[in-house]
Ligand binder design. Sequence first.
Ligand code: SF4
Length: 458
Amino acid sequence: MSKAAEAENPVDIAAGRLSAAQYAENFSDVAPPLDRNSAVTEANRCLFCFDAPCIEACLTSIDIPVFIKKISTDNVKGAATTILSANIMGGSCSRVCPVEELCEEACVRNTQSGQPIKIGQLQRYATDHLYSRKDAQVFTRKPATGKKIAIVGAGPAGLSCAHGLAREGHNVTIFEARPKAGGLNEYGIAAYKVAGNFAQRETDFILAIGGIEIKNGQALGQQITLSQLRKDYDAVFLGMGMKGVNALGLEAENLQGVENAVDYIEKLRQAKDLGKLPVGRHVVVIGGGNTAIDIAIQTKRLGAEYVTLVYRRGAGEMSATHHEQEFAQTNGVTIKHWAQPKKLIGFQGHVTGVEFEYTQLDANGKLMGTGDTFSIPADMVFKAIGQTFVATPLKEQGRDLLQLTKKGRIAVNEDGQTSLPGVWAGGDCTEGQDLTVAAVEDGKIAAIAINRALKEKK
Ligand code: SF4
């Protein structure tokens, strides 16, 4: 933009900042799969530990030494079967799990050689191999029980629960508000982590067992109600995730160019042509979690020239892992710590910058502004300060149908059972770690509990 044009309209948001080849490269697989030789060599580094700490650290308790042993003997289909038996979404978890804080952190090879076994990459090698085979179906469905279960939400928790119940011979109907299944894997994870149509391939694999029907465009509290589902089905599982987004609480938050990071990521994930997706030249991201990192890297990879992520506390307090923070910085994202947004600056209804105030901890460890400020130019500002569970669909005739926790999520016991008989819940709508792998485990545990309850009822 020329200086004169800039003075007239300082906002610079444009599509097509890069060539088609650059978009393809920037959004291709960030961690390409291992080939056979590398996978076997890596598998042979494993010590196949008795009481393996890596299994303990895996939220779905995958028998890691067993699947790695199978890879080392070229039984790759067997390795994938071991993985998927414990975690039906082992393919996407191999791409998105923070393994450096889970199984790989626990690996004894860290102390032995300073390098853990590449468990995530081996898991991906095995599951990708299975999905490429014509005889990929490794599960069989038990004889039909005639029982019907309703699941709300086709994200990782819902799909995991559905697969577990379908294997037991039950008929499952998933009610999903969006046009596609997959939840965060389809709509929310950075495109370069779950590249191509992998999320859809994984969903297809899960559905291929049979006995699962997905009804799209069905939102709880709108097209369907919990009371009706309880009447029509033998059991209900709620796995509808978090739909609310936290606001900054600033004036002028409705200026054009101020967006929720999750909404833009969804647009990006569903874009047929990334070259048609407009992005600012100056981008500011506010937040400290993985969503903040994902939007910052993706806007940079869409061609934004300056991307600054601002977080109100220090690097150690960010919920994004150290690995993710480093990845953002190596992708050209500037991370500024200890600053909070004070004012959105606008020009003719559009955001043009953000004023921040430096922060520090007072003597009691409470975060406070220092009074010193600075501004960053911005054509686009992304809010990534957390999501909330919207409980309104669980209210009928002014009453909460089931008990919520103090944090406003659905209260469940260790089996995922809610306070309402016949209703289970899991994933982000309940408390726990906001990770795909945790949601898959919730769905798996609830399926076991629902199956047991239905048998006892009989
Ligand atoms: Fe293999 Fe490491 Fe697990 Fe031991 S802890 S079984 S070396 S992956």
